[in-house]
Design a protein around this ligand. Sequence first.
Ligand code: LLP
Length: 421
Amino acid sequence: MDHFLYKDGALFAEDVPVSEIAAAVGTPFYVYSTATLLRHFTLFDEALEGVDHLVCYAMKAASNQAILRTLAQAGAGMDVVSGGEYLRAKAAGVPGDRIVFSGVGKTAAEIRLALEGGIRQFNVESEPEMVVLDATAREMGVVAPVTIRINPDVDAKTHAKIATGKSENKFGIPISRAREVYRLAASMPGLEIIGIDVHIGSQLTDLAPFELAYQKVAELTETLRADGHNIRRLDLGGGLGIPYARDNQAPPLPSDYGAMIRKTLGHLGCEIEIEPGRLIAGNAGLMVSEVIYVKSGEGRDFLILDGAMNDLIRPAMYEAYHDIVPVVEPGAGVEKVKFDIVGPVCETGDTFARERLMPPVSAGDLVAFRSAGAYGAVMSSEYNSRPLIPEVLVHNDQFAVIRRRPTFDEMINRDTIPEWL
Ligand code: LLP
């Protein structure tokens, strides 16, 4: 569910007409709904009610500080994967004891940054990382709280580029070696073992792989406790999928997910952390773009938009489907037509949809990409020297630009020409 609905023939973001934002900031742009962000966070929070828990928003999905602050004020923690994300979360006002640090390649500098600023825990992914973390913590005279990410060798049944829980993936420590690695961690005075971490992939539309992984975590908890480790926190990662195509079968709800967590892990008395990203931000954002040209090709018509693969890369990168709808509501019974919907970037990969049936639109019309709130703006680039597009946050009938469009000068002047030229 989201808060982007047609009212009186026009698409609204909460109580603001999308066309009004377009007139104010120009196209293309991203727009997020505060109400949708909060609703999705609350669904997770309520799904774990009664269990000691923290929902740590995976901020890689959409990391604008206004989004982070909105969620943090509602009680969210953050899952960060780089020094930049850590500092961004802190700048948004998230306290260190609500920030968990994930990621397969944390550098000593990033570790130091987090130990200095305060951290809830590091999710450690390898033995060499453990050695660096231990050394850095001892050097600083502190003890680093850690969970170890185990790789449960479970097939998440999602797109290969976003599956992480199989043994051939680069993530975590094979579950078969967990006891040995926990023993090693326990011998390091700079580390304090807190618990176990697992994350098997993203855009999962079935609970079965999660359940399989969490059962393995439950067993491992008992084994490690028997080995003498004080396992008291389980970080279960993110990954619950969203319905990208509206007519598709709906993925499980956060409440189903919460019930499954209680069933598989509730008896252990551990504190539970989850790291959802996509489900919180995905349907809370649109990318809005203008049709520049409608070009008739051989056997197909192209909608050429002012938004491109550099602004929203998911279709090019993962063959991802996004609903694309006109900002002016099509009349009832209007006959749909087929378009190839593309951007102006000079490669064929810059195609958002092929042979997409949609209401007829013409040059100058606005279209909105739905479900673009997660992994949209954060994955954008300036390819083809196209400035990063603005982000806007709506709250009831108000809207604010939360990242403005850089000028061409700002973009170009970041380069420096060496003196020998
Ligand atoms: N925790 C960890 C350790 C992760 O690696 C991720 C996502 C999450 C949590 C959040 O997963 P989510 O709830 O959002 O599924 N760019 C891709 C998705 C990459 C996901 C990477 N890791 C896309 O556009 O589909």
